[in-house]
Design a protein around this ligand. Structure first.
Ligand code: RB5
Length: 148
């Protein structure tokens, strides 16, 4: 699978590890940065990954900052993008099955590397169930189309 990954300085080490973990599994990973532990601004990387996913250059995205909150908020500003913050695998799986999230986000200051891998595994192995969930996701898109 083609996956885009991004992070800020708070999550640099975890991003490196998750990127290598995904690559070892045979995924084609686009690393959207950041590329060092130097202080940086999470919205830049949230938007980068969201745009790569939106363009269809990656099927899924992984975003990591201190909490997962800021970077997902930024990604969610890109129309059509659904980025879900999850701290455990159950929510990560349901974010695919019910919400058709294309991007998973979590916090390097919240979860350890073992839990992060489980979250990513759950997210990548689940599929959107459609049906009644598709109607609800369509309502989210409708809100997006009405805004402003
Ligand atoms: C950076 O200190 C921190 O604010 C950021 O990584 C993230 O947690 C924001 O939501």
């Amino acid at each position: 699978m083609k996956i885009a990954i991004g992070c800020d300085h708070a999550a640099f080490a975890m991003k490196e590890e998750i990127r290598d973990y995904l690559t070892e599994q045979g995924h084609e990973v686009t690393d959207c940065g950041t590329y060092s532990p130097e202080r940086c601004d999470y919205p830049v990387y949230g938007e980068r990954v969201a745009r790569v996913v939106k363009a269809g250059e990656a099927e899924r995205g992984v975003l990591i900052c201190g909490t997962g909150v800021g970077i997902s908020l930024a990604a969610n500003k890109v129309p059509g993008i659904r980025a879900a913050v999850c701290s455990e695998p159950f929510t990560a799986r349901l974010s695919r099955e019910h919400n058709n999230a294309q991007i998973i986000a979590f916090g390097a200051r919240v979860v350890g590397i073992g839990m992060a891998k489980m979250i990513v595994d759950a997210f990548l192995s689940a599929e959107f169930e459609g049906g009644r969930h598709a109607d609800r996701v369509a309502l989210i898109t409708e809100i997006e189309n009405r805004r402003g």
